[in-house]
Design a protein around this ligand. Structure first.
Ligand SMILES: Cc1cc2nc3c(=O)[nH]c(=O)nc-3n(C[C@H](O)[C@H](O)[C@H](O)COP(=O)(O)O)c2cc1C
Length: 157
């Protein structure tokens, strides 16, 4: 089960082909670890879906494919959240995209809309292609919103 009062247990689960989303995942990992969260980073192909409930928060990272679509390798994770029945699980979604396309980071939008219904969504973050130095502040804020939401849970439960 997820922890209630000690170090928060975070999973960062991402898909990445050319490395942009993976780079964001590792910046978020650094931020989370410096905020003393117990953080594990997973490529989505390696993530054990059955363990979703072990975490206080799950941060999902996705690139966008086709015309604003979720990549194929993210579909099982998407369905797992739809079927999880654990509305109190804190989630957040981040992604990289290319604003050349009509729907910038469309996959982030699709995850956001689903996670808002099925989980306790803390934050979203969209980054243009490879993260730059100026994106680090946004990443830190994203992580702090997630951690704050896990604290809210403790207060309100
Ligand atoms: C065929 C194709 C379709 C894409 N469609 C979109 C899109 O609809 N919206 C968007 O924001 N980015 C789109 N992208 C851009 C990628 O999402 C972007 O390059 C992303 O940073 C790749 O992430 P990765 O390096 O983690 O694989 C597309 C890229 C390709 C090759």
């Amino acid at each position: 089960m997820a922890s209630t009062n000690c170090k928060k247990k975070l999973a960062i689960v991402y898909a990445s082909v050319t490395g942009n989303t993976e780079a964001v995942a590792h910046i978020l990992e650094e931020s989370a670890k410096s905020a003393a969260a117990d953080t594990t980073v997973w490529r989505v192909e390696d993530f054990p879906l059955a363990e979703l409930s072990r975490y206080d928060a799950v941060l999902i990272g996705t690139y966008t494919w086709g015309s604003g679509e979720i990549p194929k390798e993210m579909r099982d994770l998407f369905e797992a959240f739809e079927n999880l029945q654990r509305k109190e699980l804190v989630t957040a979604v981040f992604g990289t995209g290319d604003s050349f396309f009509a729907e910038f980071c469309g996959a982030v939008n699709r995850f956001r809309d689903m996670l808002y219904v099925h989980t306790s969504l803390a934050a979203t973050l969209k980054i243009e292609l490879m993260p730059q130095d100026e994106d680090r502040g946004k990443c830190e804020k994203f992580v702090s919103l997630v951690l704050r939401k896990t604290e809210d849970k403790v207060v309100t439960n």
